[in-house]
Design a protein around this ligand. Structure first.
Ligand SMILES: NC(=O)c1ccc[n+]([C@@H]2O[C@H](COP(=O)([O-])OP(=O)(O)OC[C@H]3O[C@@H](n4cnc5c(N)ncnc54)[C@H](OP(=O)(O)O)[C@@H]3O)[C@@H](O)[C@H]2O)c1
Length: 347
């Protein structure tokens, strides 16, 4: 989650960013549906001391964009995104592109560097990012692939490693294997040596198999606790299965990692499910955990390594232009995306 506020200067004073003083961007001045988004021309951003300005080649779409656009659940408005309207008028976080300017305290990057990571407003020709949320783009990875990787990829890594403590030989169930986080989680789990079962809707099961899943479950016909298979680790990214059902699908000492899930209510997004899991975990043999992803180099760097060695290949399902961002978000709302959607911005 972004922790800083990006300002879009009313005058361009940064000599390092040459050329036009304006840029094309998606903006939103109020919380609401995709109807609140407009595409137009705004002033170029200028970096603070520890920020980098990235000329955006491609941006990634993730569920967080929808939450910040709508201001839902209301809980997120208390987390620095703006009480009445978005603090940052430019949506989008996942980014890949070229550095065009750096703040005075930035040491790791220089103009011309190819980078990817998490920005404050990536649905624009130029985006501002904290230096600590960017890494070098591996040469063998396309800008599109890099652009869809950071948020979902580091969340999947944390779910499986730090929180889930996955080990080779374990049976891992990924609920929501066709989605953003899930498509990375299937591949990271395979790279760690696990046997992976992916849960998704019927029309996306082939896509889940192509990620490397050993088994698949169609959630519309089969419950995760049907049959005899029990899992050492369950990574839960969708569907909001009751904890009782998830616990039946786990081994007696198995681990549940709740990443998230839509539809939990306008006020808190159903955070009580996560809190109940954590409380229950204190008194049962199974470990039931949730976490908020840490946006740091600790995970961005190993993610870049996975992309570089080909053990993780981002699953790009759909491509959109900057003008098509509202359509992309509507497609996400309708469940029409598979894997990650990319927004092509530049070249
Ligand atoms: N904890 C954190 O720090 C963190 C970080 C990132 C994201 N999140 C949250 O994690 C969740 C997943 O994010 P995402 O970007 O991966 O979303 P996504 O791309 O929309 O993926 C959602 C997945 O859930 C599946 N799903 C939907 N209904 C289901 C059901 N009834 N049973 C089983 N699976 C079902 C979808 O499958 P089909 O498409 O096949 O229907 C899809 O694979 C979101 O709620 C997001 O806000 C949390």
């Amino acid at each position: 989650m972004p922790t800083t506020t990006t300002t879009h200067a009313t005058t361009t004073t940064d000599a390092a960013v040459t050329g036009p003083t304006t840029m094309r961007a998606v903006t939103q001045r109020a919380y609401g549906s995709a109807d609140v988004l407009s595409i137009g021309t705004i002033d170029r951003p200028t970096p603070t001391d520890d920020e980098v300005i990235v000329e955006v080649v491609a941006a990634g779409l993730d569920r967080g964009v929808w939450h910040v656009m709508t201001g839902l659940p209301y809980l997120i408005r208390l987390m620095g995104y703006g009480l009445r309207r978005p603090t940052n008028p430019v949506p989008g976080a996942d980014v890949a592109g070229r550095v065009v300017a750096v703040g005075s305290a930035v040491t790791r990057f220089a103009p011309g560097d190819e980078v990817f990571g998490i920005a404050n407003g990536s649905f624009a020709e130029l985006a501002t990012a904290e230096e600590a949320k960017l890494v070098a783009k591996p040469g063998n990875v396309t800008f599109e692939e890099a652009a869809v990787s950071a948020i979902s990829g580091i969340t999947a890594l944390q779910a499986l490693t730090t929180v889930g403590r996955a080990e080779a030989g374990q049976h891992v169930l990924v609920i929501g294997a066709s989605g953003g986080v899930g498509s990375f989680a299937v591949q990271v789990a395979k790279a760690l040596g696990a046997t992976v079962t992916g849960v998704a809707s019927a029309g996306k099961l082939d896509a889940v198999r192509s990620l490397g899943a050993d088994h698949v479950i169609d959630y519309s016909t089969t419950a995760i606790d049907d049959g005899d298979r029990r899992y050492d680790l369950i990574v839960d990214t969708g569907g909001r299965n009751p904890l009782s059902r998830i616990r039946r699908a786990l081994t007696p000492t198995g681990t549940l990692v709740i990443v998230g899930g839509e539809g939990g209510g306008r006020l808190t997004g159903g955070i009580t499910r996560q809190l109940r899991a954590a409380a229950l975990s204190l008194v049962v043999r199974q470990r039931l955990a949730f976490f908020v992803s840490s946006e740091s180099l600790e995970y961005l760097e190993p993610l870049a390594d996975h992309l570089a060695d080909g053990s993780v290949v981002p699953a790009i399902g759909q491509r959109f232009t900057l003008d098509e961002v509202p359509a992309a978000i509507r497609a996400m709302e309708a469940g029409g995306l598979t894997g990650k959607a990319v927004i092509d911005v530049g070249r």
